[in-house]
Each structure stands twice: as structure tokens, then as C-alpha cells.
Design a protein around this ligand. Structure first.
Ligand code: 2IT
Length: 448
């Protein structure tokens, strides 16, 4: 049995109660086969894949907080520090009721390769809580963040582990988390978190970075086929920070976004989510805490499809921007039946492995989220650079760096697949390019 097949089979046994972990282990390790086979003895004798798939540590803790009525609540908090071979642990915090150790581990594992792909010195981690921010008051959010940081602070630091936001954790939460860290430590180490507000060390363009970066990446992919964003139609899911950045940049580049979605359904706007007012309204909907995309349809007279996802819509480019496993086999079949040429994953692991195989076999091109959404963490790493320099770049400077990083990720992924004879395969290429740097660093640093 080949080394890759053997490791995947063992992981299936080991993590039978954590399906997301099995899913992402197979999705990453499978495409590495051509690279591993070339040097199988080296990787096997150093147990590279076993070490890579077992986190350095899985931290879990109790978070106790009091709501506005004085009732005490208990949630679980996590930080999975997966791999720091190429830099300090880095990755977001997710506050969502679906959070459990399996979600933290799949996200942390993906983060290793994503962060490596950025070309910047950051390792992989993820954290969060099963806390549900929906319907909570501002003061409840603050108290929760303070309680969460009161446990987390001992595990993080500017050269150790640098968390950021993810679903349910935006600028407001990062502010409260940083305030508590600073209070406990008694020193202004703002390099400990990214996604901060501008007045205390945040980077310009960080809120836009994931969506902008995804669009820059999509533009590179289209360019490969002699095409561009201009005049193309897009089906986007989600209406949060990532979807907002993507819609903004797609519109700026002359594309038309036909759909956005929420937990309540999706909206179809035949004129496009394209005016500054419509794009700004996405932020308003998010800030309202209602978590309903129907509000957009009511305000702008677009069509609303309750309880549905936008994957039955005909578009040139499909971009899932909401959450994991938004596209299963049935949705993939709809996308293929509609003749959608370009499938660009944006949210982390939006596609089941079976659906992804179908889309790769039938679409003109498929781009993987760990490459496409890497602009967010890339600008986080630029925020770390600015914090350690005690200096800030302009929005134009950060945006230009982001654009170059996304082009490099695309080009390096394409080259990595080409090198092992796979042709233009962005999915395999991203995994291979991300893996190589981390594996080389692990080999150089010995058996630890
Ligand atoms: O999934 C991700 O890459 C993030 N949530 C951003 C992580 C970061 O450290 O900026």
C-alpha cells in the first residue's frame, strides 16, 4: 500500500467521530500522492504525514459568562495549534453553535497549507467557541469575549500564536478580545491579534482582503483562459464580510453578482448587487444581527427564494462564500446541468469531496478555497509586519501587495501541478505547493 493511502486509511479509523477531519485529510493528502511517491522513503521514515495530521496541541477550556438578566452560561472554548514549522501559529476564531473539536481541526489543518501558500511566515491554527452570537447584546458579546480571552491569553503571543476573526468574530469582537489581553498582560502587544481596528494597529484593507483576494484569484484563473471578470455573471452565497468584499471587487471589475444568500434563503437580483447603496446594505444587514437576507429583497425589490441555496442559478462563475459543505452532490449536479464553466470556492471547505470530484470532472476550471480565500490571512500577516515595524502602509500599498500575493498563489499552484504532469490543476497544485514548504521546514528541523 502506498504511504498516502495507508495514512488516509489510518486517519479514517482514528477520527471516525470527526467526519470533517476525515474529509479534509483525504482532500489534502490525496492530491499529494504524485509528490510523495517521488520521495516516499524520505517522507515515510520521517513520519511527515503522521506528524502533519496530528495537531501540535488541542486546547479546550470552559468559558463562563453572565447574560444581561444575570443568568450564568457555560460554553466550550478551543484553540487547536496545528503546525508551526514555518512561523507562529496563525488562524481565525469562530463563534458558532456548530463549533466542536472536529470543525476546529479541519479548519486548522486547511490553515497550514493556506498560510504556507501566502509565501509569508505563518503556521496553522484555529480556535473558537460553540457560543451563538445571534441575538446577543453588545455587552453580552463583550463579556463573552473577555471570559474567552481570560483562558486563551496564556496560549497566545505575537511570536507564539496570533488569532484573528472567522465566522461570528469581526472587528468588534477582536476589539474586546484585545482589550482583555492587554489588561491581563499589562503591555501593549498588539501583534497578538489581527483584524484589529485602525486606531490600535489594524491594517487597512483587512476587512476587504478575503473577498478582494478571492476576486483577484478568480481574475487570474479567467486570464489563463483568455477571459476576464468584466461582463461575467456571478452566483455568490452568504452576505457576510467575505461575500461583501467579493461583491465589491467583482462590481468594480465590471462583473455582475446575481445572488447573495443567508440562513433564510437566497435573493436573485437581475440588475446585480451592484450599486454602492446595495453593497453598503450588506454591511447593514450583518450589523443588524437579524441574519436574514430577505431584508435585501424587501428593500430593493429583488426576488427572494426562502430556504434555498443559489446553486440552481445560471451564471458564469459560482462562488460559495458562506460556510463548509454548502455544495453537496445534488448541488454540484445542478451547477453542472447549468453549464457553469468556473467554480471558485471561497468559504473554507464549501464542497463535499464527492461534489468536488464531480465539479472537477465537468467544469472548465475549479479553484480551491485554501488558495482563493488566502488573501484574508495574507493581509493578517501584513498587519503583523506593520505592527512589528511600528508603521502603517496606505490602503493602496496593502492592496497592491494583496494583488501580487494572489497572483503568486495562483501561479505557484499552477506551476506545482504542471511540474508533476497534472496540467492546469489548481486544486492539486495548491495542496502540493502548500505542502512542500511545510514538509521541507519539518525535515530541516528534525524529529520533534
Ligand atoms: O480562514 C481564514 O483564513 C481566516 N479566518 C483568517 C485567519 C487570519 O489569521 O486572518
Amino acid at each position: 500500500m502506498s504511504y498516502v493511502t495507508e495514512v488516509i486509511a489510518n486517519l479514517k479509523q482514528k477520527y471516525s467521530t470527526q467526519p470533517e477531519v476525515i474529509q479534509t485529510d483525504a482532500a489534502v493528502l490525496g492530491p499529494l500522492a504524485p509528490v510523495i511517491e517521488k520521495n516516499e522513503e524520505l517522507y515515510r521514515s520521517n513520519a511527515i504525514l503522521e506528524r502533519l495530521t496530528e495537531p501540535d496541541r488541542e486546547i479546550s477550556f470552559r468559558v463562563t459568562w453572565t447574560d444581561d438578566n444575570g443568568t450564568v452560561h457555560v460554553n466550550k472554548g478551543y484553540r487547536v495549534q496545528f503546525n508551526n514549522a514555518i512561523g507562529p501559529y496563525k488562524g481565525g476564531l469562530r463563534f458558532h453553535p456548530s463549533v466542536y473539536i472536529g470543525i476546529m481541526k479541519f479548519l486548522g489543518f486547511e490553515q497550514i497549507f493556506k498560510n504556507s501558500l501566502t509565501g509569508l511566515p505563518i503556521g496553522g491554527a484555529k480556535g473558537g467557541s460553540d457560543f451563538d452570537p445571534r441575538g446577543k447584546s453588545d455587552r453580552e458579546i463583550m463579556r463573552f469575549c473577555q471570559a474567552f480571552m481570560t483562558e486563551l491569553y496564556r496560549h497566545i503571543g505575537p511570536d507564539m500564536d496570533v488569532p484573528a476573526g472567522d465566522l461570528g468574530v469581526g472587528g468588534r469582537e477582536i476589539g474586546y478580545l484585545y482589550g482583555q489581553y492587554k489588561r491581563i498582560k499589562g503591555s501593549f502587544e498588539n501583534g497578538v491579534l489581527t483584524g484589529k481596528g485602525i486606531p490600535y494597529g489594524g491594517s487597512l484593507i483587512r476587512p476587504e482582503a478575503t473577498g478582494f483576494g478571492a476576486t483577484y484569484y478568480a481574475a487570474e484563473m479567467l486570464k489563463h483562459f483568455g477571459e476576464s471578470v468584466e461582463g461575467k455573471t456571478f452566483a455568490v452565497s452568504g452576505f457576510g464580510n467575505v461575500a461583501w468584499g467579493a461583491v465589491k471587487k467583482i462590481t468594480e471589475l465590471g462583473g455582475k453578482v446575481l445572488t447573495i444568500s443567508g440562513p433564510d434563503g437566497y435573493i436573485y437580483d437581475k440588475d446585480g448587487v451592484s450599486t454602492p447603496e446595495k453593497i453598503a446594505y450588506m454591511l447593514e444587514m450583518r450589523a443588524s444581527g437579524r441574519d436574514k437576507v430577505q431584508d435585501y429583497a424587501d428593500k430593493f425589490g429583488a426576488q427572494f427564494f426562502p430556504g434555498q441555496k443559489p446553486w440552481g442559478v445560471k451564471a458564469d462563475v459560482v462562488m460559495p462564500c458562506a460556510t463548509q459543505n454548502e455544495v453537496g452532490v445534488d448541488e454540484a449536479k445542478q451547477i453542472i446541468a447549468n453549464g457553469v464553466p468556473y467554480y471558485v470556492e471561497v468559504s473554507n471547505m464549501p464542497t463535499t469531496n464527492e461534489a468536488l470530484a464531480l465539479l472537477r470532472a465537468n467544469c472548465k476550471s475549479v479553484a480551491p478555497s485554501k488558495a482563493v480565500n488566502a488573501g484574508g490571512v495574507a493581509v493578517s500577516a501584513l498587519e503583523m509586519s506593520q505592527n512589528s515595524m511600528r508603521y502603517s502602509w496606505t490602503a493602496e500599498e496593502v492592496d497592491a501587495k494583496l494583488k501580487q500575493i494572489m497572483k503568486n498563489i495562483h501561479d505557484n499552484s499552477a506551476a506545482a501541478a504542471e511540474e508533476v504532469g497534472l496540467g492546469y490543476d489548481l486544486v492539486a497544485g495548491a495542496n502540493i505547493a502548500g505542502f512542500k514548504k511545510v514538509a521541507d521546514a519539518m525535515l530541516a528541523q528534525g524529529i520533534i
